[in-house]
Design a protein around this ligand. Sequence first.
Ligand code: NAD
Length: 251
Amino acid sequence: MNSTVVITGAASGIGLSASKQFLAQGWNVMMADFNNDLGQKVYKELSEQYSPKQVAFAPCDVSNAQSVDDLAQAAHQAFDHVDSVINNAGIFVKGAVHEIDEQAWDRVMATDVKSIYLTTKAFVPEMIERKSGTIVNTSSISGLQGDYNMAVYNAAKGAVANLVRAMALDYGKYGIRVNNVNPGPTMTPMFKRNPQSVIDEFIQASPLRKLVQPEDVARTMFFLASEESAPMTGENIPVAAGFAIHSGQPV
Ligand code: NAD
């Protein structure tokens, strides 16, 4: 029987690349996204390319408990059981702490952090019962270091960077592995909307003089979800073209 993965934020960027990566590897993929129109569109394309039995889509707001429970129900209707959850949906707003309004702060924390609590409550009980499963959370290099003007994103992704250790410790005895991928600046459609001058500045700031592609992160997500990473749990894995390694001292 094929393995099944649930991927949140699957309609765009890294989540869409991850959906394609898992499908290409023969997994069943339950795609979930807030953006129903885009989600239905990419789902249609992928179900034509692969078997409609191999892929499904559910509209889902990962910050809402009922919506995540509905996602779990949709996943079980489409597929027998869930082997892996990729917590990829995430948002950010700019600003120093005092500049961020309360609603925006709550929205980022709910989308980037509380979502992991909700999907874990929805999917971990069956993994515990089956004594196997993998969870891949999406933190960021911004969860390992500070950025200017990204305070709530630093707080949220930093929470995810440590939450992975708690989850790995608590669920290890059930054969469930939990790891994070920590992307650096990644050429998603959203990032590409920056002016070319800004993109060039980012490229120059990378020791490799290049940016991460969504496919690079997707391959790492697949690695962490699959048996290929069998001895790994509780880790933060930067995929960052060298962005995470510099102390900040001038050249
Ligand atoms: P993206 O905006 O291209 O895709 C994110 C998807 O998540 C979108 O389809 C959006 O509709 C969906 N989404 C947003 N809020 C949601 C919600 N409440 N419920 C369900 N779906 C929701 O972004 P991306 O660049 O592909 O980012 C994916 C993940 O990678 C995020 O967690 C992001 O923080 C992280 N990340 C991205 C970068 C980067 O440079 N692109 C760097 C580090 C980390």
